[in-house]
Write a new protein. Sequence first.
Length: 165
Amino acid sequence: MDQVLGYFFRQNLWANLQLIDFCRGLSHEQLDFAVPGTMGSLRGILLHILGAEARYVTGLRGSPPERAVDERTPWPGFDALAEAARSSGEALIALASEDLAARQVERRLPDRAFRVPAVTVLVQAFQHGTDHRSQAQTIITQLGLQPPALDVWAYARAVGDFVEL
């Protein structure tokens, strides 16, 4: 689509990898900690973010990313999460550069079926990750820890786009 949307998904991939790396240092108890108002534990949130990204990629291009995780399976470990994040993240970056304006995506679920513009799925993929990473940061804060900065300002600093004057 354009470079702006690609920037969104480069930040999305970076933020997923930052969160995964932060969580590597947590205990099993911390990873399983949940806070009311979030969708579950840190472990569950990581699996959910990446499982959903794989579904978005599959819906948009008709095939799953090379590496994926499924939130209904046992914990795959951090290396598998990072591989899945890179695989789905790079696929979303590539999809963001395509002309999706005229494409439609159909989805059939057990209780309903629907069709939406492909760009809607792409924007949902970004918003979904942002929402659940924020929930993970809330859980980390409730554990008494300082969560990693995952916002666009932190990304801009990390990639050299934020320059102090």
